[in-house]
Design a protein around this ligand. Structure first.
Ligand code: ATP
Ligand code: MG
Length: 267
């Protein structure tokens, strides 16, 4: 069995059982002070269950990235309640929030955000910097994660010498190396050709089959249509929330995909 499959050397205490991948927002408002002031989200309620795979779609400027940043605890709501992995983030200090993020959430962005001079291995190992895992184990886990995304043959390559699709696979490896319960992706295929996009979406689906809750912002209707749930955002609010028929290969086909959707603003 690989080191990756065994999980991290020291498993931290978990939150309430079964809440590791849950994202629950109630009446979330996010104001940017400006000038000019902008209300980017005005009262969003949304429940994403442990193990879901959801797309967020909507026009430019509608509030998708703002929403994702709040789900990822990179940003705090102006008002409303945000519970991530069973924790009410308003009760957590910035240090506690960083710890929750390091333990529970992986990110993938359109721009990859790799350190260009570093190797694929070091870029992925950096994803474990704030976890307390010793350097040697960080590199072993990084190697496993790179093999998992099909880049075992590019471990020593500097980021500058990788293709766009390979860079994004490194970013996916960095996102999952800490075995997070949640992966949030903001336009992960936005800079990729169709073949690389397909590979990245396939990887996200694989991760979801392993039980990771995944939320993906996408402008690509073909990508969104593949996901079991699509959440539409317009003008800072939810304008639609559609769940496809449960796929037989979904992580837990016996359970409703989003039991809290009734509070989620579905028109
Ligand atoms: N730091 C900021 N300060 C002020 N206004 C902001 C800030 N960030 C975002 N906004 C505004 O908030 C609104 C929502 O922005 P957001 O980035 O969430 O949109 P988006 O749906 O992700 O758009 P895109 O598809 O173009 O990425 C926009 O009107 C934007 O101009
Ligand atoms: Mg955005």
């Amino acid at each position: 069995m690989s080191l990756f499959a065994r999980g991290r050397p020291e498993e931290p205490p978990t939150e309430t059982p079964g809440t590791g991948g849950v994202i629950a927002l109630r009446d979330v408002v996010r104001d940017y002070a400006g000038p000019p002031p902008v209300r980017a989200l005005h009262g969003v309620s949304l429940h994403i269950a442990d193990g879901e795979l959801a797309a967020i779609v909507g026009p430019s400027g509608s509030g998708k990235s703002t929403l994702l940043h709040i789900m990822g605890t990179l940003d705090r709501a102006t008002s409303g309640q945000v519970r991530i992995a069973g924790r009410d983030v308003a009760t957590l200090s910035d240090a506690e929030l960083s710890a929750l993020r390091a333990r529970s959430i992986g990110f993938v962005f359109q721009e990859f955000f790799l350190l260009e001079a570093e190797t694929a291995l070091d870029n992925v190992a950096d994803g474990l910097l704030y976890t307390g895992i010793p350097a040697r184990d960080r590199r072993l886990l990084a190697r496993d994660a790179l093999e998992r995304v099909g880049l075992g043959h590019r471990i020593g390559h500097p980021a500058t010498k990788l293709s766009g699709g390979e860079r994004q696979r490194v970013a996916v490896a960095r996102a999952i190396v800490g075995r997070p319960a949640i992966v949030l992706a903001d336009e992960p295929t936005g800079n990729l050709d169709s073949r690389s996009s397909e590979e990245i979406v396939g990887l996200l689906e694989d991760m979801n089959r392993d039980g990771i809750t995944i939320v993906v912002i996408t402008h690509n209707p073909e990508v969104a249509d593949r996901f079991p749930r699509r959440i539409g955002i317009r003008d800072g609010g939810i304008e639609g929330d559609a769940t496809a028929a449960v796929r037989p290969d979904a992580p837990d086909a016996s359970r409703p995909l989003h039991p809290g959707a009734a509070e989620g603003g579905e028109p």
